[in-house]
Design a protein around this ligand. Structure first.
Ligand code: SAH
Length: 246
């Protein structure tokens, strides 16, 4: 018999994973300073380790590192949260599954080209293709089955991460000029992906659009978050219940 899968879940804020702890059995938790790691069992035996990292790349990298250390047999590290839209076609509640992430504030030029991560000597990080295809299939199937009420379209795309809440159309335009296929901006995904990649663990980043990364972003973001908290778990569950189809 194969051993049960072990999935790591990270969000920046509790609202982003939603009322998740109530869905777990055999719940235990450990504190590491101000970070709490929760471990438990979901469904027919999937093991979960999860935490809320706080905003920004350092907090995200620290939480990812702690999570991986506490779960050496992890099969997948999934970051789920909200993001600003970087493509005019995206609306609030649309879902972007990262087919690549980039750190938009990484710039070690002239030693490395803009965006290149020195330790990896590349700018874009891509998730494992099998996990990505599975997640994409699963989310589409969940949507067809009516399990993702309230969510918009689900699409793969490039997500950019940086230590900046982007609420300025000019800043966004400059980023889009440098990264024409950019779909969404946020503050943690690229950091988690880098840690996972360097540690040799598969990762995925899933983001729901909360705002347009423009002047109205802060207000849209706050209003959105309250409603989103009720819905966030359905996105995670849509994936967890399809793990056996991988
Ligand atoms: N200061 C804002 C919220 C900060 S954004 C306010 O309260 O009004 C914080 C989180 O949302 C981060 O975890 C980030 O990953 C995500 N996020 C959502 N929209 C974003 C945007 N437009 N730019 C960057 N990050 C965004």
């Amino acid at each position: 018999m194969t051993r049960p899968l072990h999935i790591g879940l990270l969000g920046a804020m509790p609202e982003e994973i939603g009322s998740d702890l109530s869905h777990l059995r055999q719940l235990t938790s450990t504190d590491h300073g101000d970070l709490t790691l929760h471990q438990g069992v979901w469904g027919d035996g999937v093991r979960l380790t999860l935490a809320w990292s706080g905003w920004g790349k350092v907090s995200a990298a620290r939480a990812a590192t702690r999570l991986l250390a506490a779960a050496p047999d992890l099969d997948l590290l999934l970051f789920s949260g909200v993001a600003g839209a970087a493509d005019a076609a995206l609306q609030q509640w649309d879902v972007v599954l990262a087919d690549a992430v980039i750190q938009h504030d990484m710039n070690a030029s002239p030693l490395f080209p803009r965006f290149t991560l020195p330790p990896l000597n590349r700018d874009r990080l891509q998730p494992d293709p099998d996990w990505l295809a599975w997640a994409s299939r699963s989310l589409n199937a969940a949507q067809e089955a009516g399990e993702l009420k309230g969510f918009g379209t689900v699409r793969p795309g490039l997500i950019a991460t940086g230590d900046q809440f982007i609420s300025d159309a000019v800043v966004l335009k400059e980023l889009k000029a440098a990264l024409p296929d950019l779909q969404a901006v946020e503050m943690e995904g690229g950091a988690v992906a880098q840690v996972a990649q360097q540690e040799g663990v598969p990762w995925l980043v899933l983001r729901v659009i909360s705002d347009g990364a423009d002047e109205a972003a802060a207000q849209s973001f706050s209003d959105f978050l309250q409603v989103y908290e009720q819905q966030a778990w359905s996105l995670i569950e849509a994936l967890l219940k399809r793990l056996s189809t991988r």
